[in-house]
Design a protein around this ligand. Structure first.
Ligand code: NAD
Length: 332
């Protein structure tokens, strides 16, 4: 079978990652075009995938203004920039991999579904947790019936203290008005996972959560607004220099360091820590998303589930060794 030809919209973290999978599996997919406004990223992406200048453009609208020239599109823009390209590329007949969450409000989600149903294209939402080996194993065990009827599930989303600080206090998902609520931005994976594992959707859902810790009131005495100028940085578990410099020293150039700097030099990182969003004190940001939330779900057959999302998880839950090392260092 010929590889699927794909267009990538947004060469940020996700778009770059998916495209690299295609590069490593040339029999499965081939990237033929990219839309990305950040010139450095666009040029790097085009060079990596051998994309011609005419097919590497700053804005997805430039690709959507042409007749369809690939089979599928990967929509990897930020949360509030999903619905418009999804509608446009569906109308052109592209099959779509759309990053989660589909859109931050129900009306936009419904518009996307209407658009794909109209042209009959496939729509897949990036609920990637379903495809991990452990999820497949859990699903197979549940479906085998060897556990009997599942009546109660307790599910934990241990975001982790440094990941919360990176993405949900200093980073792109820190405000629900900029991106989405925590439940949509992070825990949509968990809610999708629970419904998928159990093989049914809940009838009733209720939730409580709060921003408890990452507020000005919890700043240590004497803390500065930036870590690089902070007299108590050395004892702070959220020290940005310790985390990001640790990753740079270990040669860990992937996420999350790739969000902080474009080139992996000590000078660029110093500049980012001095002037950029990722050098801010976690108690002096403009964040408003929750750091602790619980969701309870009630299913038609009497089964129930609870989901806890918490920032305050230990570093031992972090999978990548270098991140674990950086996190252990930052908690000592
Ligand atoms: N499936 C998952 O597990 C998972 C994990 C993290 C993030 N996400 C989601 O993926 C999406 C992207 O996240 P990310 O971390 O890659 O963000 P990102 O900010 O790194 O990438 C988004 C890219 O879109 C580009 N962009 C902006 N306007 C554009 C336009 N008009 N045309 C084309 N590109 C444009 C930006 O310049 C940026 O490079 C978000 O919705 C996020 O919530 C999914």
């Amino acid at each position: 079978m010929a590889p699927v030809s794909v267009v990538v919209v947004g060469a940020g973290e996700r778009g770059t990652g998916y495209a690299r999978w295609a590069r490593d599996h040339p029999d499965r997919a081939s990237v033929v075009a990219v839309a990305e406004p950040r010139e450095v990223r666009r040029a790097r992406f085009a060079a990596e995938h051998g994309i011609s200048a005419g097919n590497a453009v700053p804005d997805w609208r430039q690709l959507a203004s042409r007749a369809r020239f690939a089979e599928a599109v990967l929509i990897c823009t930020q949360d509030r920039m999903h619905a418009e390209p999804a509608e446009a590329f569906a109308a052109l007949g592209y099959h779509i991999l759309l990053e989660k969450p589909m859109a931050p409000d129900e009306a936009a989600c419904r518009r996307i579904v209407t658009a794909v149903e109209k042209t009959g294209v496939m729509l897949a939402v990036g609920h990637v947790m379903r495809y991990t080996p452990y999820s497949r194993a859990v699903k197979a065990i549940v479906e085998s019936g060897q556990l009997g009827d599942i009546m109660s599930v307790q599910h934990l989303e241990p975001v982790g203290f440094w990941h919360q600080a990176h993405s949900y206090v200093r980073g792109n998902w820190r405000r629900s008005g900029l991106a989405a609520s925590m439940l949509l931005a992070k825990s949509c994976h968990d809610l999708d996972w629970l419904a998928w594992i159990l093989g049914r959707a809940p009838l009733r859902v209720s939730s409580f959560g709060a921003l408890t810790h990452f507020t000005a009131a919890n700043a240590p005495a004497g803390a500065a607004d930036r870590c690089v100028a902070c007299p108590v940085e050395a004892s702070c578990p959220y020290s940005a220099p310790r985390l990001y410099r640790g990753l740079l020293e270990r040669g860990e150039h992937g996420w999350p360091l790739s969000v902080v700097v474009e080139d992996f030099s000590a000078g660029s990182l110093d500049e980012a820590l001095r002037d950029g969003p990722y050098g801010r004190c976690v108690y002096a940001c403009d964040n408003d998303v929750v750091d602790n939330q619980i969701v309870i779900l009630d299913f038609a057959d009497g089964a129930t589930a609870s989901l806890t999302m918490t920032a305050f998880a230990p570093p031992s839950l972090i999978r990548r060794p270098a991140l674990r090392a950086a996190s252990f260092a930052s908690s000592s």
